[in-house]
Write a protein that binds this ligand. Structure first.
Ligand code: AGP
Length: 614
C-alpha cells in the first residue's frame, strides 16, 4: 500500500506533490520519489528511507520548476527499499515516468519480454516493466492515454498507475484496478492521489475512480474512460473530513481502518502466489524444494498476536504437510535447549520484523544450524535479513498498535506455506491442494461479509463496557482465536480477559464461572461433529452456572441457539480457515468496548507497535 500524488495546474508542482506525500506517509515510508515535467524535460529524484531524505535531496539539487508532477511513498512488495527501487521508474529514453501502488502478478514474464526486446531494466521492481511497456506503446502511436490503455490490458494483479510523458507536457494519466485512486477537482488545477488526504488542503471536490478506469488529468479538465475507451460513469462527491480523519480514510482510528482493510489485505497476500495451473508458486521464499523435502520438524517462534498465528499454523502444517510442528513463545525459546538440526525448519512470524524476542530466537536457532524462514509484513526490516528465506504478508502498513490485518495475512501466509510443503512433499494430492487454494481465494469475500454484520457486536461491546472480566473459549483452531480475542481485550480495554481451550474448563477454569460472567465461545463448523458437539456441551455447562454466553458460530448452526444469550453468525468455511472469519468479530468487539471506555484505541497505554527490546 503506497502513497501516490499527481498534480497539474498553475502552481509549482513540486511543492504540491511533496506536501501531498507528507499527508500519505502513513501509507508506506520505506522510500519516496518525485517526477516534475518542466521545459519539455522530465526531472526525477528518489531516496530510500522516510520522506525527509527526499526533501534533503531536493534541497541539495532542486529540480527545474514545473507545474506538472507526481510523487510516491513506497511500501515495498517487490525489491528491497533502496534508491534504485524507489518510484518513479522511467523508460530507456527518460521521457516516460510511472509510479505504482499494488502488485503486478505477471511482471516476471513482462520483464523477460522487454529485456529480450532490448530494454534495460535497472530495478528489481514489478513497476519498472510498466515504464518500458509504455515506452513501446507511446512509440506505437496514439499518445500516453492510448498507450496506458493498451498496457493495462496486459497487466494481471492489482495496480494504481500514474504516468507522465514529455511528449504531452500538460497531461497526467492514471489507471486503476483493485487499488485506490481518487481525483481532486480544483479551479484551473487538478489532482490524483491514493486518498483524499493528499489534496483536501487545496480542494474538497473529488471523483472516486471505479474498477478498470483511466483518467486524463489536465489543468482545465478531467476525462474518465474505461479500459476499452468508453466514457465511464463516475461518482463526484464533496469531502467533509478534516485532514486527520482523511489520513484514517474517514475512520476515527487507524485500527478501524485496518479492520476494514482486511479483505483487501487477504486478497493481496494471495496475489501472485497461485499459478493459473492451480499450483502454488512460493519460490520467493528462496528455500529450494529439495531442502523443504528434507525437513523433518518445524518449530514456529513468535510473540503476541503473531504467536497466535503460529498456534493456528500448527494445525494446518500437521494436517496438510504431515510434519511435526512445535510452536514456542520467542521469549521462551531462546532460553530452552531446543533439539534442532539442519533438517529443522524454524519459522519466525513477526509483523514488524523488529521484535527483539523474535530476532534473538532466530539467532539462537541459527547457532543450532536450523533452516530459517521469516513471515513478515515490513520489507527491508531486520527479520528477513536474518532468515534464509521470507514470505511477506501484503497487509500494507499497520499503524495501530493492536494487530488486526497483519494477523489475518499471517494466517494466509502460514496456510500457503503449509499447502506448499504438502505440494512439494506430496502429502496432499495436487487436486486437494488446488481445492483448498480455491477456498482460500474466496476468503476475502467471506471476511467482507463478516464486516457487513458487525453492528450487533458493537452494541454488545458497549453494553459490556463496565464488566470486569471476559473469558474466551475455543477448541482446535478456535483455541488460538480465543487467545487472540482475550489479548485484544486486554491491550485495548485494559480488562482482565483470558482465553482457554474449552476442554480445559473442567480441569479448573469452570470455577471462575459465576452469574452474568460474559464468556465468548468460538464454535467449530458443524462438519467437525465431535469437536462441535463437545463445545456445545461446554456452552451448556457454563450457562447452567450462570455465564452470559456470547457464541460465534457458522451461519445456520441452530444447535447452539438455545444456549446462546448472544449469537454471532459467521460464514461457513472449512475448519482450518475458520479463524479468518471468527477473529474479526473479536477485533471489532475489543475495539468498540475500548472506545466506549474512552481509550486511545490506536495507542493503548504501556504498549508500542514494535517491541525492539527484550
Ligand atoms: C498484538 O496486537 C500486539 N501488538 C503484540 O502482541 C504484537 O503482536 C507482538 O508484539 C509481536 O509483534 P510482531 O508481530 O511485530 O513481532
Amino acid at each position: 500500500m503506497c502513497g501516490i500524488v499527481g498534480y497539474v495546474g498553475g502552481r509549482p508542482a513540486l511543492d504540491v506533490v511533496v506536501e501531498g506525500l507528507a499527508r500519505l506517509e502513513y501509507r508506506g515510508y520505506d522510500s519516496a520519489g518525485v517526477a516534475v515535467l518542466a521545459d519539455g524535460k522530465l526531472a526525477t529524484a528518489k531516496r530510500a528511507g522516510k520522506l525527509v531524505n527526499l526533501r534533503g535531496a531536493l534541497e541539495e539539487e532542486p529540480p527545474p520548476e514545473g507545474t506538472l508532477g507526481m510523487g510516491h511513498t513506497r511500501w515495498a512488495t517487490h525489491g528491497a527499499p533502496n534508491d534504485r527501487n524507489a518510484h518513479p521508474h522511467v523508460d530507456c529514453t527518460g521521457s516516460v515516468a510511472v509510479i505504482h501502488n499494488g502488485i503486478i502478478e505477471n511482471f516476471a514474464e513482462l520483464r523477460a519480454e522487454l529485456e529480450e526486446g532490448g530494454h534495460r531494466l535497472l530495478s528489481d521492481t514489478d513497476t519498472e516493466a510498466v515504464a518500458h511497456l509504455l515506452e513501446d506503446e507511446v512509440k506505437a502511436g496514439g499518445g500516453l492515454v492510448e498507450a496506458m490503455r493498451r498496457v493495462c490490458g496486459r497487466l494481471e494483479g492489482a495496480f494504481t498507475l500514474v504516468a507522465v510523458h514529455t511528449g504531452d507536457p500538460d497531461l497526467v494519466v492514471g489507471a486503476r484496478r483493485n487499488s485506490p485512486l481518487v481525483v481532486g477537482v480544483g479551479e484551473g488545477e487538478n489532482f490524483l492521489a491514493s486518498d483524499v488526504a493528499a489534496f483536501i488542503a487545496h480542494t474538497r471536490d473529488a471523483i472516486e475512480l471505479g474498477q478498470d478506469q483511466i483518467v486524463e488529468l489536465r489543468a482545465d479538465g478531467v476525462t474518465v474512460t474505461d479500459f476499452e475507451g468508453r466514457p465511464a460513469d463516475v461518482k463526484e462527491y464533496h469531502v467533509d473530513w478534516d485532514v486527520s480523519a482523511a489520513e484514517k480514510g474517514g475512520f476515527d482510528y487507524f485500527m478501524l481502518k485496518e479492520i476494514a482493510e482486511q479483505p483487501r489485505a487477504v486478497a493481496d497476500t494471495l496475489l501472485g502466489r497461485i499459478g493459473t495451473d492451480g499450483r502454488l508458486h512460493l519460490d520467493e521464499m528462496r528455500i529450494p524444494d529439495r531442502e523443504l523435502r528434507e525437513v523433518d520438524k518445524i518449530i514456529i517462534v513468535a510473540c503476541g498476536t503473531s504467536y497466535h498465528a503460529g498456534l493456528i499454523a500448527k494445525y494446518a502444517i500437521e494436517h496438510w504437510a504431515g510434519l511435526p510442528c512445535e510452536v514456542e513463545l520467542a521469549s521462551e525459546f531462546r532460553y530452552r535447549d531446543p533439539i534442532l538440526s539442519p533438517t529443522t525448519l524454524v519459522i519466525a512470524i513477526s509483523q514488524s520484523g523488529e521484535t527483539m524476542d523474535a530476532l534473538m530466537a532466530v539467532r539462537h536457532a541459527r547457532e543450532q544450524k536450523a533452516k530459517l524462514l521469516g513471515i513478515c509484513n515490513v520489507n527491508g526490516s531486520t527479520l528477513p535479513r536474518e532468515c534464509d528465506g521470507v514470505l511477506y504478508t501484503h497487509a500494507g502498513p499497520e499503524i495501530a498498535v493492536a494487530s488486526t490485518k497483519a494477523f489475518l495475512t499471517q494466517l494466509v501466509a502460514v496456510y500457503l506455506i503449509a499447502l506448499y510443503i504438502a505440494q512439494v512433499r506430496g502429502t496432499k494430492w495436487g487436486d486437494e491442494v488446488f481445492a483448498m487454494v480455491q477456498l482460500l481465494e474466496r476468503m476475502p469475500e467471506k471476511v467482507e461479509k463478516v464486516l457487513e454484520t458487525m453492528e450487533p457486536v458493537r452494541e454488545l461491546a458497549r453494553s459490556l463496557s463496565n464488566e470486569r472480566c471476559v473469558l474466551f473459549l475455543g477448541r482446535h483452531v478456535g483455541f488460538p482465536v480465543a487467545l487472540e480475542g482475550a489479548l485484544k481485550l486486554k491491550e485495548l480495554a485494559y480488562m482482565h480477559a483470558e482465553g482457554f481451550a474449552a476442554g480445559e474448563l473442567k480441569h479448573g477454569p469452570i470455577a471462575l464461572i459465576e452469574e452474568g460472567l460474559p464468556v465468548v465461545v468460538v464454535v467449530p463448523p458443524r462438519a467437525r461433529e465431535v469437536l462441535h458437539d463437545k463445545i456445545v456441551s461446554n456452552i451448556q455447562e457454563i450457562r447452567a452456572r450462570g455465564a452470559r454466553t456470547i457464541v460465534i458460530a457458522e451461519d445456520g448452526d441452530e444447535s447452539v441457539e438455545p444456549y446462546a444469550d448472544t449469537l454471532i453468525a459467521v460464514p461457513a468455511v472449512p475448519t482450518l480457515l475458520q479463524p479468518l472469519v471468527t477473529t474479526v468479530p473479536l477485533q471489532v468487539f475489543a475495539c468498540e468496548l475500548a472506545t466506549a471506555k474512552g481509550h486511545d484505541v490506536d495507542q493503548p497505554r504501556n504498549l508500542a507497535k514494535s517491541v525492539t527490546v527484550e
